[in-house]
Design a protein around this ligand. Structure first.
Ligand code: ZN
Length: 614
């Protein structure tokens, strides 16, 4: 009855965890976090900070940024013991207990927390500990302003539900439980905000930084992307709002997905300016990024690997399926731009050509499958060293190509009646709408089940194998010619035919970078000329055949050599000067581009139109 309801509501309100976060000292990059627990564990309440943030698969041990911790109850200090790298336990308290953290925040990435005199940004994983044993309790969050004069015009952007806070204002917010609490990143600063609706659902983008952006165009393009994705899988039932957070400093790139928002970084110069027409390379990259994070609403935020249900935030959660959640998302992010007409077909083919090129240029694709790359993401993909190109394959890039291969294979063999879209719809119904996790072998089985095809061997080879994908034949069946050529140099990302200049005959088999005015070998490719000569990553290139060489001149100089030419490479390894013998070797055709096949038959061009939407 009503009386009991009110009592229950009051009890619920009383027992909500009360977090407050305050930019206590922006100049010192310190937040103060206070957490009050109404009914602490009578045996002594434990608190724990996450070791990692969902979506970024590396142990980051966020507790290491807690610079001081104390507890109090009823105005008196309560003993607080550190149990391990991430956990604390307060002495038993018989009334409400408050934990106080001072947290250092100077990581300006989408996975971190950052505070200075220009803005504040945080993920809940960085600043909010969990109340052990009470993770399902509702959380209230008081977001407090900094002391003046800092932050006079600051506003708050977050997808967290408001309680008494004004829209974009400081004040009280709330989340249903701890899992939701850490799924709402918060940006606080001088913000440009654009609002739009996608299929009737309110959406917004909050940009930090002085961007002079064409906000109307950006909102229009985002609406197009969001509605494109919704047309594939339908809006999730609990999606009643969505917020793109975009930090736009001078340089930077990245994004992290959440259930009702995403945190993104791009260079301010890559945003479209008022009066700009056409889609620049940089804006296309930004649209691809935002499209990617939005597709994650379905693919990994609601439909996720079984081992993520629930997440264990104390340690690595291994799964072979990251290629499904990142690779398929990487496939649909750019495909949605083409299908919605934001970019032309040739622009889309350029992007695919670049993805193929990224995969082809690493020998790691012959050593690691996308399933293995997924499993070892925590210690390999996220902890790349100079040997990464030789040892690992990206479950993003190759995962996207596996997704495209599956899609084209289904389209070819079912005469277009079954596509990857159908598999994704079935997956969404089975695992996304139910919240059940995807079993490790679930996706492959579903592909076979939905298509009715005998494609186990094909899928096994693509997902668990290290051979080349049959891209040439699959693309040919869709009226697209797969082309390979040599690279024109360090800036050549592929995707396009060679320009006018002739391509170099030889290659170094190594990547160079300019560091503090020195020319340094960053990557030495397995079985390439540099490795044969004995070059190590980190060596400084000093001279070629007795002539000093610098980064800017290196490509032009090496281009003058032919296969079979012998030369002397002079390098510093640390402080030791070394002379190495280099033998010119023919450059590999490791650069891909795709072109429409004018001679394709009618059925192939029909399949192409059905695939790309135009
Ligand atoms: Zn992603």
């Amino acid at each position: 009855d009503a009386e009991a309801d009110r009592a229950a509501a009051a009890a619920e309100l009383m027992s909500a965890h009360r977090y407050s976060i305050r930019p206590a000292n922006p100049a010192a990059h310190l937040f103060e976090m206070r957490l009050t627990v109404a009914s602490p564990d009578p045996g002594g309440q434990e608190f724990v900070m996450p070791a990692w943030i969902p979506g970024s698969y590396m142990v980051r041990d966020y507790a290491r940024h807690v610079v001081s911790a104390r507890a109090e109850s009823d105005g008196r200090d309560v003993d607080l013991v550190k149990l391990d790298k991430s956990r604390w336990r307060a002495a038993p308290a018989d009334r409400e207990l408050t934990l106080v953290f001072e947290i250092y925040a100077h990581d300006e990435s989408v996975r971190g927390a950052h505070l200075d005199t220009t803005h504040a940004f945080f993920n809940g994983t960085c600043v909010f500990p969990a109340v052990v044993g009470q993770e399902d309790t509702e959380c209230e969050v008081e977001i407090e302003p900094p002391e003046k004069p800092v932050g006079r015009n600051w506003r708050v952007a977050t997808s967290m539900r408001r309680k008494d806070a004004e829209q974009y204002g400081f004040g009280l917010y709330h989340a249903a439980d701890y899992d939701e609490l850490i799924d709402h990143p918060v940006e606080i600063g001088e913000l440009s905000i654009g609002e739009f609706e996608a299929n009737g659902i309110p959406h917004a983008i909050a940009i930090r930084g002085d961007t002079r952006v064409d906000m109307a165009r950006l909102c229009h393009d985002l609406q197009t992307i969001c509605e494109q994705h919704m047309s594939l899988l339908g809006a999730p039932a609990d999606l009643d709002r969505y917020l793109f957070l975009l930090n736009a400093p001078g340089a930077g790139y990245g994004g992290l997905e959440h259930r009702w928002s995403s945190a993104n970084i791009c260079s301010r110069d890559h945003l479209p300016a008022r009066g700009d027409e056409g889609v620049s390379d940089e804006y296309r990259t930004l649209l691809g990024l935002l499209s990617h994070e939005y597709f994650h609403l379905w693919n990994v935020k609601r439909m996720k690997p079984a081992v993520f249900v629930p997440y264990d935030l104390s340690q690595e959660n291994h799964t072979e399926l990251l290629w499904v959640f990142e690779g398929i998302t990487s496939y649909y992010d750019d495909l949605a731009l083409a299908r919605s007409g934001l970019i032309e077909t040739d622009s889309y083919l350029e992007l695919v050509g670049r993805t193929i090129t990224r995969v082809l240029r690493g020998a790691g694709r012959r050593r690691q499958s996308v399933a293995e790359s997924s499993f070892d993401a925590w210690t390999k993909f996220y902890k790349q060293d100079a040997n990464a190109a030789n040892a690992i394959v990206s479950y993003y890039a190759k995962g996207a190509l596996v997704a495209m291969s599956i899609d084209l294979k289904l389209r070819s063999e079912t005469n277009g009646t079954v596509t990857l879209d159908d598999v994704m719809r079935a997956a969404w119904q089975r695992w996304g709408m139910t919240g059940e996790g995807v079993p490790e072998d679930g996706f492959q089985q579903l592909c076979a089940e939905v298509s009715g095809l005998d494609i186990d061997d094909f899928l096994d080879a693509a997902v668990h194998g290290t051979g080349e994908l049959p891209l040439e034949s699959l693309l040919a069946s869709h009226g697209i010619a797969y082309q390979l050529r040599r690279s024109s140099g360090g800036k050549d990302k592929g995707g396009k035919a060679a320009g006018d200049g002739s391509l170099p005959d030889v290659w170094l088999g190594a990547d160079l970078a300019s560091r503090d005015g020195r020319t340094v070998f960053t990557i030495v490719h397995n079985d390439g000329p540099a490795e044969h000569a004995g070059v190590s990553p980190g060596d400084e290139l000093v001279a070629l055949d007795g002539l000093r060489i610098n980064f800017a001149a290196a490509e032009a100089r090496t281009r003058r050599y032919k296969p079979g030419d012998r030369s002397e490479l002079t390098v510093f390894r640390g402080d030791e000067l070394m002379s190495l013998r280099l033998l010119g070797e023919e450059a590999p055709a490791d650069t891909s581009y795709l072109v429409l096949d004018d001679e394709a038959d009618e059925s192939a061009t029909a399949r192409r139109s059905a695939w790309l939407g135009h």
